[in-house]
Ligand binder design. Structure first.
Ligand SMILES: [Zn+2]
Length: 590
């Protein structure tokens, strides 16, 4: 009879059903069916002493879905778990498997980078077991986030106010914005001067040359200006060259978000929503990826498409390499069918698809060739050097697809040792300038920084940015982020207390999660290497604010409300049941 395919979203189910045919029934789990419990030891849903074993419970809103999935599973001959092709999707499939395995039907995992006839056929032809390493990596991330969220947030709430929260990546993101504001506050502008001369060759063709240096005050600048005004000039050297810029790789999640934010002011959140919909409706490949690899067939299509449009193609296909071979299991974001143009869509989807289309095609086009010119001019008696130069497109290459002017090199023909003269009414101009503080982060710049510094996953950036705004740790004015006083206060406290606030440390954890995903690092070892020092830092943080230490386990004692009034209870409850009366400070029961 029928095989059941379980995917994440109803839209994806509908698309797959179309290609899979009547032998399959496709249903949606609507994302995760379970999450870490908010109970158990210390209320964190993780048994720390037992190798950080997570305790999962069905998400309340998903009880109905799970019941429906079980009913469908009973009716089917076999089950294919087809949640999204990434760590999160692998975990969803693992949870579905453990929930449905007692029904006794054969269950396999399949993945689709594109929801097309070809993608569906290939996926069904290649069923596999759940990848335990991918699941371990997802679980480790979830547990790290839970440990920080559930243990560091109460510290903030105890001493700095209700409803505060710390997050492993969220707080580091806030820190970037807080640190930048500090840099701006502490910035001392420095004076410098820019000196420019108008010059002309023997044919009276004029051009501008810049003094090669940045005098720091008016006296020096005036002296140089006077020297130049009294001097004669010779062309000392001319360097004409060509510069080549290779076609950029096709898009990955982080780049797509940056481009949408920069060029269209479409937020990461809106971008991901549009991309998700495009994926589920077969327009593009999976949108959460850090791989620039493209399927050889797709590259062939791109080359054919480029030729059809009348552009030249490189002799051999452009190769774009991933930083890490592990990323090769995935694909870049690209259209599934290049003949589909963005005109068939509207709103954000039209724009997002257009950008994806353009960048994928561009990735297989010729490089841009620029003409560059560097001219050096020497003042004969003062020996001051003036520089002039420019850059212009010679062969447009992949820039044919983008709205770019060719530009021009605004310098007349010159020869070496040719004499040039000052020209115009005001031949030398000296202008006072001041160095500028670094700019506040825009969303595009922040997204770029997160990617560069390897903080968190691009697929979660959109949520994180929204969260620090809602929590009132940062404020968004136009497209610029400012920290709030609250954001500054809690960031300072967290930085003082915890190593997870260190930006390099966050990046290191990201690398470790990658190692778990490829089976090169043990999940429990990684979690324990994180937790042991973190717990010590946490205890120290409480102690530094005057919290008492539990005589039994060293954890901070927190004020609790009981039937007989307030008392101190160990924060490690229920794994430690130590309590103290507030008056005598004596341990009354253990
Ligand atoms: Zn204790």
């Amino acid at each position: 009879m029928k095989a059941l395919i379980i995917v994440e979203s109803p839209a994806k189910a509908k698309s797959i059903q179309k290609y899979a045919g009547d032998d399959y029934r496709v249903v949606a789990s609507i994302g995760h069916i379970c999450d870490l419990a908010k109970g158990g030891k210390m209320g964190i849903g993780i048994d720390i002493e037992k190798d950080f074993r997570p305790r999962y419970v069905i998400i309340e809103d998903q009880v109905k879905t799970v019941k429906m999935l079980a009913e469908e599973a009973h009716k089917a001959d076999s089950i294919l778990l087809c949640s999204d092709p990434d760590r999160e999707g692998e975990a969803i499939s693992a949870h579905l498997l453990s929930r449905l395995k007692d029904i006794g039907k054969p269950m396999k995992r399949i993945t689709m980078h594109e929801i097309t006839k070809k993608g569906v056929k290939e996926a069904i032809a290649n069923p596999r077991d759940i990848d335990k390493e991918l699941v371990a990596s997802q679980e480790a991330r979830r547990i790290l986030d839970r440990l920080v969220g559930f243990l560091a947030s109460p510290f903030l709430m105890t001493f700095f106010g209700k409803n505060l929260s710390a997050g492993r990546v969220q707080s580091v993101l806030t820190r970037l914005i807080v640190d930048r504001e500090k840099e701006i506050d502490e910035f001392k502008p420095e004076e410098y001067w820019v000196i420019q001369a108008n010059l002309a060759n023997v044919k009276s063709e004029t051009f501008v040359a810049k003094y090669d240096g940045k005098p720091a005050n008016k006296e020096t600048a005036s002296k140089i200006k006077a020297d130049l005004l009294a001097d004669t000039f010779l062309v000392k050297s001319i360097e004409a060259a060509e510069e080549k810029r290779k076609a950029p790789p096709p898009l990955i999640t982080a780049k797509l978000q940056q481009i949408m934010s920069k060029s269209f002011t479409i937020s990461a959140e809106r971008t991901m929503k549009a991309a998700q919909s495009l994926y589920e409706r077969s327009f593009i490949t999976y949108m959460r990826t850090d791989s620039v690899r493209a399927n050889p067939d797709a590259i062939k299509d791109a080359r054919a498409w480029i030729k059809e449009q009348g552009y030249e193609i490189p002799k051999t296909a452009n190769a774009h390499k991933n930083k890490d071979a592990a990323q090769d299991a995935h694909e870049c974001i690209r259209p599934t069918d290049l003949s589909v143009s963005s005109d068939t869509l509207d709103g954000d989807e039209e724009k997002v698809y257009g950008v994806i289309h353009k960048h994928f095609v561009a990735s297989q086009m010729l490089p841009v060739i620029y003409n560059t010119l560097k001219v050096s001019i020497e003042a004969q008696s003062s020996k001051h050097i003036l520089k002039a130069g420019g850059k212009a497109i010679k062969i447009k290459g992949y820039l044919e697809l983008f709205d770019v002017e060719n530009g021009a090199i605004d310098i007349p023909n010159l020869t070496k040792n040719e004499a040039v003269n000052l020209a115009g009414k005001e031949p030398v101009v000296a202008e006072q300038k001041f160095t500028q503080p670094p700019p506040r982060y825009s969303e595009a710049h922040l997204l770029e920084t997160l990617e560069k510094k390897n903080i968190g996953r691009p697929s979660t950036f959109a949520d994180l940015l929204a969260k620090i705004g809602t929590r009132n740790y940062v404020e968004r004015r136009g497209n610029t982020f400012y920290p709030t006083e609250l954001g500054k206060t809690i960031t300072n406290e967290l930085v003082k207390a915890f190593s997870f606030m260190d930006i390099n440390y966050t990046a290191l954890l990201e690398d470790k999660l990658d190692l778990i995903a490829t089976g090169k690092l043990d999940r429990t070892k990684m979690l324990s290497d994180f937790y042991v020092p973190f717990k010590l830092e946490l205890n120290k943080a409480y102690a530094s604010h005057g919290a008492k230490e539990c005589p039994k386990c060293g954890s901070p004692m927190l004020e609790r409300e009981g039937k007989a009034g307030s008392f101190y209870g160990c924060s490690a409850y229920p794994s430690c049941r130590s309590t103290m009366s507030i008056d005598s400070n004596q341990t009354v029961s253990i």
